[in-house]
Design a protein around this ligand. Structure first.
Ligand SMILES: NC(=O)c1ccc[n+]([C@@H]2O[C@H](COP(=O)([O-])OP(=O)(O)OC[C@H]3O[C@@H](n4cnc5c(N)ncnc54)[C@H](OP(=O)(O)O)[C@@H]3O)[C@@H](O)[C@H]2O)c1
Length: 264
């Protein structure tokens, strides 16, 4: 599957590069990066041995091509590079909202996998939703994303809207929750510095425990909720009919709607 060519090496491409390097997934000499303004992680990878902006004739060596430019410019990038690629190169697109069939068309009918990743790939704790019609393209996407964290196969490309709303946008939900908890701590009388520390450390610690214990979230929640206690009092608000569940359903529905509008 190597050499791997990454078209666009900004925030998300950089997170993938950092994660691959941490995991020792691919030899740096097997990575080619094309980006006029590469991000920090891409520059670091180039310094360590990846090929940055190689001559176009070299692009034909790539077996796997990661399309990691912004969705607004993906077709322009495809037009720029498609002619230089080998006929059997496989395209793995992370462009949000862009259908696999559209990518295949712009890349001359080459096999395409579509992926919705998250930036925690940088620390090998990413989550990637994968879809491909073509089994070989799906296998290629697995090989790229398994070193970067969890991988979830989608049965139908239409599910990519929900995957985008839940997982692609999901990290922002946690960050917003931490911000809100920090605000609530200040409202409860805590100084700002301590409020920030408590909110961040409590949430990241609880998330790490969820990940490492392998327990169900409901079970972990019950373990920290004593009858008649403080947590129960708070959960009566959070789990009410106007609490977190309807709020998140509404938030995810809004993101799905936007994903459909952007994707056409
Ligand atoms: N960031 C996330 O959390 C996230 C999560 C899931 C999926 N994604 C997807 O990942 C893709 C990249 O997003 P991003 O946040 O990483 O964007 P980004 O930081 O802007 O990175 C894209 C990079 O591509 C470069 N570029 C633009 N046109 C190019 C071309 N023709 N050839 C080569 N490189 C080119 C850009 O350079 P310039 O800055 O000079 O334009 C930039 O360095 C998007 O399609 C997005 O939907 C991102």
């Amino acid at each position: 599957m190597t050499p791997i060519l990454m078209l666009g090496a900004g925030r998300m491409g950089g997170a993938m590069l950092a994660g691959w390097r941490r995991a020792g997934a691919f030899a740096l000499s097997d990575l080619m990066l094309c980006d006029p303004t590469p991000g920090e992680a891409a520059l670091a990878a180039a310094e360590a041995g990846a090929r940055l902006n190689p001559p176009e004739a070299e692009l034909a060596r790539a077996r796997t091509v990661v399309l990691a430019v912004k969705p607004q410019v993906w077709a322009e990038a495809a037009a720029q590079y498609a002619g230089w690629l080998a006929a059997d190169a496989v395209i793995v697109s992370i462009a949000a909202g862009v259908r696999a069939s559209a990518v295949a068309k712009e890349f001359g009918g080459r096999a395409v996998a579509r992926v919705m990743p998250t930036t925690a790939a940088a620390i090998n704790r990413g989550t990637a939703s994968l879809y491909a019609d073509d089994p070989a393209a799906l296998a290629r996407a697995h090989a790229l994303f398994e070193p970067l964290g969890a991988v979830v196969d989608l049965d139908d490309e239409a599910q990519m809207h929900a995957a985008t709303a839940v997982s692609g946008s999901g990290p922002a939900y946690l960050y917003a929750l931490v911000e809100a908890l920090e605000g609530a701590a200040i409202a409860a009388g805590m100084p700002a510095k301590q409020a920030a520390r408590l909110a961040r450390s409590t949430m990241t610690g609880a998330a790490a425990l969820l990940a490492e214990s392998g327990g169900e979230p409901a079970q972990l929640r019950r373990q920290v909720t004593s009858p008649g206690g403080t947590t129960e009092a708070a959960l009566e608000v959070l789990l009410s009919d106007r609490g977190l569940a309807p709020l998140l359903r509404e938030a995810v529905a809004a993101a799905v709607k936007r994903s459909k509008a952007l994707g056409g």
